[in-house]
Design a protein around this ligand. Structure first.
Ligand SMILES: Nc1ccn([C@@H]2O[C@H](COP(=O)(O)OP(=O)(O)OP(=O)(O)O)[C@@H](O)[C@H]2O)c(=O)n1
Ligand SMILES: C[C@](O)(CO)[C@H](O)COP(=O)(O)O
Length: 236
């Protein structure tokens, strides 16, 4: 009887935060007195179901050492890469001998500090026996337009089945590693982990989460994230 699969977390945190327009990478910006990445790591470090956490960092990163989990025994570093997909694959490689191909990996953006514990629970409970895996997301709420050059509307897109893809995205280690390797071999720099699985014909499940699981991307997202953490009662 093989042991039940373990769960691991991977946090891609090697971005420069170009759209944020800050000299400090956005995952290290101050959010209610702590780094954004500290908030993003909280749930995974505290969760006894999760065996270990790999953070993918820029090899020249000089901020990580001053963060809350820099010396935590459950957290190890891996080298980030040119794009998020490279960083994630490097982190999966770093799991190496500690993990098995059938173990689950939850990939969560370090730039998403407001993930609700209940949404993480819902994702794990919904997918732990799933054949493929999946991700948190929410159905889109606005009418969706496709822009033509010059920002004129080219078409209105049927929004009935459109979702925003969030993270965590949860897949079996071996299959995600193979899928990302295949995508990169085809120079398809997928922007999320589910896209790599879709490329090889898999249909990840969408698990509805909450709109406050925002990705810190632009300057206005930081005060919004603080508001959401306050609303969730996570700022003490
Ligand atoms: N080469 C990269 C690029 C991004 N990321 C991480 O992937 C997550 C989502 O990426 P994004 O929001 O695009 O972050 P940045 O690439 O830093 O932002 P920008 O595109 O504005 O530069 C972030 O936690 C980021 O640190 C990464 O690990 N390695
Ligand atoms: C993974 C992701 O957060 C899902 O929406 C998104 O694809 C990251 O994209 P980015 O361009 O790296 O921000």
């Amino acid at each position: 009887m093989s042991p039940s699969p373990a769960l691991w977390a991977v946090l891609p945190a090697a971005g420069v935060g170009r759209r944020m327009g800050s000299t400090t990478p956005k995952q290290y910006l101050d959010l209610a007195g702590r780094a954004v990445i500290d908030h993003a790591l909280d749930l995974f470090v505290a969760d006894v179901r999760i065996r270990g956490v790999v953070v993918a960092l820029d090899p020249t990163d000089r901020y990580w050492g001053a963060t809350a989990y820099a010396d935590h025994p459950k957290v190890v570093r891996a080298h980030g890469g040119a794009e998020r997909c490279h960083s994630v694959l490097n982190a999966l490689d770093a799991l190496g001998t500690h993990a098995h191909a059938e173990d689950w990996v939850l990939v969560h953006d370090a730039a998403r500090p407001c993930l609700r514990p209940a949404d993480l629970d819902r994702l794990i409970e919904a997918l732990i026996e799933d054949e493929v895996g999946g991700l948190l997301g929410i159905p889109v709420r606005d009418t969706m337009k496709r822009a033509e050059p010059g920002d004129r509307i080219g078409a209105t897109v049927d929004r009935a089945a459109l979702w925003h893809a969030f993270t965590p995205q949860m897949f079996r280690l071996g299959r995600l590693r193979a899928a990302l390797t295949d995508a990169l071999a085809a120079n398809d720099l997928v922007t999320d982990d589910a896209s790599a699985m879709e490329r090889i014909g898999q249909a990840p499940r969408l698990i509805e989460g909450h709109a406050d699981n925002i990705k810190i991307t632009r300057a206005e997202d930081l005060p919004l994230a603080r508001f959401y953490l306050q609303q969730q009662g996570r700022l003490g």
